[in-house]
Design a protein around this ligand. Sequence first.
Ligand SMILES: Cc1ncc(COP(=O)(O)O)c(C=O)c1O
Length: 461
Amino acid sequence: MLPLLSLAAERASRYVESLGERPVAPNGRAVTELTRFDIPLQDQPIDPRDVIAELDAGITPATMAMPGPRFFGFVIGGSLPAGLAADWLVSAWDQNTGLYNSTPGTSHIEQVALRWLLDVLGLPADCAGAFVTGTTVAHITALAAARHAVLQRVGWNVEADGLFGAPPITVVVGEEAHPTLLKALGVVGLGRKRIVRVPTDRQGRMRADALPRLSGPAIVCVQVGNVNTGASDPVRHICDDAHAQGAWVHVDGAFGLWARVAPSRAHLVDGVERADSWATDGHKWLNVPYDNGIAFVRDGDALRASMAITAEYLPTTTPQRNPSDYTPELSRRARGVTVWAAMRSLGRSGLAELVERNCRQARRFAEALTDAGFEVLNDVVLNQVLVAFGDADRTRKVIAAIQQDGTMWAGETVWQGHTAMRISVCSWMTTDEDVERSIEAIYRLTGARDHAAQSPVSSSA
Ligand SMILES: Cc1ncc(COP(=O)(O)O)c(C=O)c1O
């Protein structure tokens, strides 16, 4: 194995080391040449080293430098070195981490990772947790527990009897809820449309004064970290109000929950520990490799009731925690290992520094873009910046020019009717110099300030 794994390690580290300098977007030719893979499967085996070489030669040039320091699209973290290397070990161990008895090592370390997460995120220490693929599945997991609990209170066993004929559940979401939350609601049978939508303010925060009166089974879904603005719902107020009315509160904290670890940002999510369940990502701000999400549920019995199974052939009996008692999957990769490794390597101070730094860098972007006369559309409180370069047409042209230039990458959005570029700063790799280099590229491409003469995207274009 050593020559093969060394070959993979060599090629992978060459890739990681190229991230700082390679154009962020893949070039068109590399993408066109992907068709070389469109061949029928051959009859005979091929040497694994040739397989790896073929992959590297054809796919590496067609990758987006997502884990690199100047990728600011969507909300995407990089891969911390310890997390990336731990991920390789996880693959080598190949532990189906569903049951403690058969995979004690990885099951155990996942428990530790969960404890550490609850600690740094300031959530109740006795919460149950589940490592899943991302926030979407963390929503599904937590909402299944919520559905169980609110129906159990009115004497309905949803796992046994399903939702046919069940007492209706009122589901409340903000106007700005992330579409994956709506998808999760659909998957757990609560419906994407039969929800009560609460109006939001100019930053996308749910208006606490507009929360409807609730009675009977109810789930209120709040958001910390709007995907466009980074703003958080007034979660303390909503939790208190919803709990007084007997509702379950679920939090979409895909990236915003990590504000908790940064002393200067923690106030943005004040009171979030009062909720009943939380969904977040490891692959965003914790910078572990894809894919990695986490669900936390205060009422562990509700989560186990919705997820646990037994079977004669499965060694489920153990005083320890069986990971699959908490997850939609029985067979599963030990995703908590990379979380453990990332946290172990960063420590509390490293984690706080990462989030603080990215937030400071987002503010630097906002300041430079405002100075250049562009309109920053959001209050830059966290790591998200929305900037318009003029009308929609001009903004789209600038975004296309930025993406093509390759110094950095950011995507497009429409925020409250305005087309904008979204800059999301979320990577451990991003240095202040990367931010300055990106600002310089934006100035150059827009002709801002003293770069006007060089502008390939003129205002009249
Ligand atoms: C607020 C919010 N919720 C949910 C998600 C979905 O997360 P994932 O893609 O990890 O499922 C995102 C992704 O950006 C997000 O920003």
